[in-house]
Design a protein around this ligand. Structure first.
Ligand SMILES: Cc1cc2nc3c(=O)[nH]c(=O)nc-3n(C[C@H](O)[C@H](O)[C@H](O)COP(=O)(O)O)c2cc1C
Length: 358
């Protein structure tokens, strides 16, 4: 049996170097996080849209259901700006879709993003083992305070420059997010289109230039993918899409069905739903919005604006208007319980090692 002992497994006290990607907005339910942690990986919950009280409640709920470590993920504030004219353009593009579901477009938009400092206070109070950041970097002081509280930190990077800055800030781990990855691109330096290096290439580049341990994310769907990432020097993997079809995931059944039935790369990176580039399954809404070059407000305003539309579509099981975030490996989805998935991944990893050493 493989000995997975490395800086990641040791720090987090986990058996396998497999992290459930934190997925804000519903997928990472307490049941999914618990199942992954209890199976020997690290369950993580996406808390970008949760306020401090909700974070404390979630952490308490998790602590009541597992004595294993778990992690949390936060977004950096984006401080978006927009003009009245841009707001009109964005709402105009959505008029037909809103009326289709009998929805009214708002007259203005309120940024409901929770306060990062309050979220961090809740993380420290809740004594969560691991805290990762997406869409930017917190301050050195933030990182220091988390470390002093015994919390390990990580930040996503989609380029060498971002990884260097994360290293400079003193995070314990860097999450190399390759272009295959599902969900929002973490890019915060420059145009996202210039930070679309694939997971394996990005990993090799980072390995050559930085010394902070790296966690690979993007397109990893099986044990061979984990073995490839570890062979390239990663200390672990962060997998999102592979867990979306688990029965424990908080994902609409029709979204799950779409993932289980999708053809090989039917995904696209689009700003049309949230205002930030994110990878998901192509559908009618994305095609229409992309093809017409429709204006989208910056994140999170577009996300807030399209919220009622996505909610109404999910209620009616209408996948034409749902955001179905996933990575390029979606067609390899399995739809099995999380514990079984972890067991299978470890088994496949071991089989891969036997193959390459014989
Ligand atoms: C539905 C979904 C939601 C996501 N939400 C987050 C998030 O809240 N925070 C974060 O750091 N990453 C998020 N990600 C990105 C993952 O951390 C990771 O980069 C990605 O899942 C890896 O690619 P894969 O989906 O091919 O495994 C999300 C991914 C998906 C599929």
């Amino acid at each position: 049996m493989t000995n997975f002992s490395n800086p990641l497994t040791k720090c987090l006290g986990i058996e396998f170097p497999i992290l459930l990607a934190p997925m804000a907005g519903g997928p990472t339910t307490p049941q999914l996080v618990t199942a992954v942690s209890n199976a020997g990986g690290l369950g993580q919950f996406g808390a970008a849209y949760l306020n401090d009280d909700e974070i404390v409640t979630m952490a308490n709920q998790l602590r009541a259901s597992t004595n294993k470590s778990f992690g949390i993920n936060l977004f950096l504030p984006q401080n978006p700006e927009y003009t009245d004219q841009e707001f009109s353009k964005a709402t105009e593009a959505l008029t037909d879709y809103f009326s289709k579901f009998g929805l009214k477009l708002p007259k203005n938009i309120i940024d409901t993003t929770p306060n990062l400092n309050q979220q961090l206070k809740a993380v420290i109070e809740s004594d969560i083992k691991f805290c990762s950041f997406h869409l930017g970097l917190p301050t050195k002081k933030n990182i220091q305070e988390l470390k002093e509280a015994g919390i390990f930190t990580a930040a996503s990077a989609t380029s060498v420059e971002e990884a260097k800055q994360a290293e400079e800030k003193g995070v314990d781990f860097i999450i190399a997010q390759g272009s295959e990855a599902g969900g929002h691109r973490g890019t915060w330096i420059g145009d996202w289109r210039h930070s679309m290096t694939g997971t394996m290439s990005l990993l090799a580049q980072l390995k050559a230039l930085i010394s902070t341990p790296i966690i690979a994310a993007g397109g990893i769907m099986n044990g061979a993918g984990i073995a490839a990432a570890i062979a390239l020097g990663a200390v672990g993997v962060q997998m999102g899409t592979a867990f979306l079809t688990c029965p424990e995931a908080g994902v609409n059944d029709h979204y799950k069905k779409a993932l289980l039935n999708t053809s090989n790369d039917n995904t696209i990176v689009t700003r049309t739903f949230s205002g930030r580039p994110a990878r998901g399954l192509r559908n009618y809404y994305i095609e229409k919005m992309e093809n017409s070059g429709s204006y989208a407000l910056p994140f999170p305003l577009q996300n807030i604006l399209t919220g009622p539309l996505r909610k109404a579509a999910a209620k009616e099981n209408n996948t034409d208007y749902m955001s179905m975030w996933c990575g390029q490996g979606a067609s390899l989805s399995r739809g099995i319980p999380a514990a079984k998935l972890i067991e299978t991944l470890v088994d496949e990893y071991n089989q891969t090692l036997i193959k390459v050493t014989n």
